[in-house]
Design a binder for this molecule. Structure first.
Ligand SMILES: Cc1cc2nc3c(=O)[nH]c(=O)nc-3n(C[C@H](O)[C@H](O)[C@H](O)COP(=O)(O)OP(=O)(O)OC[C@H]3O[C@@H](n4cnc5c(N)ncnc54)[C@H](O)[C@@H]3O)c2cc1C
Length: 430
């Protein structure tokens, strides 16, 4: 294989350890024809494959490693609506009309995930208990009040909650100022959602392959020809869904985002009463700290926490120790708890913090840059790409389609995220 995807050998992921069987086992070893070729087996590629196959389109999906190898198999599993930025930010970046389409398309993304889970009977621990964007200090409430107002204006059923309600949902001496409860959001087992999407797509006739990284994509007789180590696929249109995990074989997608790593620590399984003493109703919690920290309880009763950084080499201990100190600060009742699993993954940041769909060449779509909000987003984009490809009408596609784009000073900015977070983690809460 010629892929050089980042993988931290020393990491062990809770999601990998508790995953359902991978429904895809084949490596491409033949020459195939398809209407649409999809490169990348994360949510974007899998949702595209599922929705295209459901419309009777002949689809082949090629994944370089394994289904969910990228961000889709490593994330925190908070199925939130919209993007990290506010609806007004989107308006400023895209203009009024495009922003309305963009914001509305992502407003109901948790509902699409829930619908897919229910329609295809997916075994991915979807807990429809909502998520809380929680304030870590009083000053943060001003931002959250404004954010809540904007989201409500889109027609979402979010609620501004007071300090008492916040600390009842997330039992913490820090989280006592309030937050935004989104009852329509949920938590999920991220890798099992990816594998379930693959299972559903296979059931609809899509052809999925692993260990089949695309090494070249060339134009031949009005079609695109993708080559892998042992096979090839000829297709009319292509979705390059490699996003932040784009390998050197998709340099344009790679260049379109700046990598930022997020890591997780997951505890030993907690007795039901102990888990109930942390997040009693099992909402996903994400806070307003500079180093945004999320907390949730998974189906196995483990406390799963995440924040910024990569677990690699000598940086690993600094980050893990910081997470333990953060946990003791946020939830002192968990002092002494062991971490059983630790892992990290990378997200793709864009300068304007808004995802982009690049048109790499006529007939090649490349959505990327979800800026850390991709479970609902990837599912929604896959659905809309399928509709656009089938109808041939780009007018109704709710996301801007751009020409090629390169993020500037990628290496420098990635280093800033990495070492900036590390410095803070070295110093904070000692
Ligand atoms: C640690 C972490 C925490 C996160 N937490 C959340 C969260 O709580 N909520 C949320 O909504 N989002 C979260 N995200 C973001 C979300 O996981 C991503 O936005 C989403 O998974 C992106 O899906 P994707 O299909 O576009 O890309 P990916 O899942 O990254 O898939 C891309 C795939 O392309 C493959 N690939 C690369 N090159 C090739 C090639 N040449 N040929 C074939 N295949 C190739 C890769 O192997 C990879 O599997 C988080 C991300 C991370 C990393």
């Amino acid at each position: 294989m010629t892929n050089h995807l980042p993988q931290d050998a020393a990491e062990n992921s809770l999601w990998g350890a508790t995953a359902i069987a991978n429904p895809v086992s084949r490596q491409l070893q033949e020459s195939l024809q398809a209407d649409v070729l999809i490169v990348g087996g994360g949510y974007t590629g899998l949702s595209s494959a599922l929705h295209l196959a459901a419309k009777g389109v002949a689809v082949v999906l090629l994944e370089a490693r394994s289904i969910g190898f990228g961000a889709s198999g490593r994330n925190s599993g908070l199925v939130n609506a919209g993007i990290w930025q506010t609806p007004e930010h989107v308006r400023k970046q895209l203009g009024e009309e495009a922003a309305v389409r963009f914001n509305l398309a992502l407003r109901d993304s948790p509902a699409l995930v829930a619908e897919l889970v229910s329609r295809y009977g997916m075994a991915c621990d979807l807990q429809q208990t909502g998520t809380v964007n929680i304030a870590h200090n009083a000053a943060a409430m001003k931002y959250l009040e404004d954010r809540c107002r904007q989201i409500k204006e889109l027609g979402s059923a979010v609620e501004l909650i007071d300090g008492e309600t916040a600390s009842a949902l997330s039992v913490s001496p820090v989280y006592r100022h309030g937050g935004i409860l989104d009852p329509a959001a949920s938590t999920i087992h991220p890798l099992n959602y990816a594998r379930s999407l693959a299972q559903a797509a296979l059931g609809l006739g899509a052809r999925l392959f692993q260990e089949s990284g695309v090494e070249g994509l060339t134009r031949q007789n009005d079609r695109w020809l993708a080559t892998t180590a042992l096979g090839q696929v000829s297709a009319e249109q292509v979705i390059v869904a490699t996003n932040a995990y784009a390998d050197p074989n998709s340099p344009q997608v790679r260049a379109s985002t700046v990598p930022l790593f997020i890591f997780h620590c997951a505890s030993e399984p907690l007795a039901a009463d102990v888990a109930a003493g942390i997040i009693p109703k099992r909402q996903g919690i994400w806070d307003t700290q500079t180093l945004l920290t999320s907390s949730r309880i998974d189906a196995g009763g483990r406390l799963v926490m995440s924040s910024v950084g990569r677990l690699r080499g000598w940086q690993r201990a600094i980050r893990e120790n910081w997470m333990t100190r953060s946990r003791d600060w946020l939830y002192p009742q968990t002092r002494g708890l062991e971490w059983d699993y630790r892992w990290s993954g990378q997200i793709g940041i864009t300068s304007n913090k808004i995802l982009r769909v690049q048109l790499l060449a006529p007939g090649i779509f490349a959505p990327a840059g979800y800026n850390g909000r991709g479970i609902g987003t990837g599912s929604v984009i896959g659905k809309h790409l399928a509709e656009t490809i089938v109808s041939g009408n780009r007018e109704d596609f709710p996301f801007p389609i751009e020409a090629l784009y390169r993020e500037k000073r990628r290496g420098l900015r990635a280093a800033y995220y990495n070492y900036g977070s590390l410095a803070l983690q070295f110093l904070q809460r000692r």
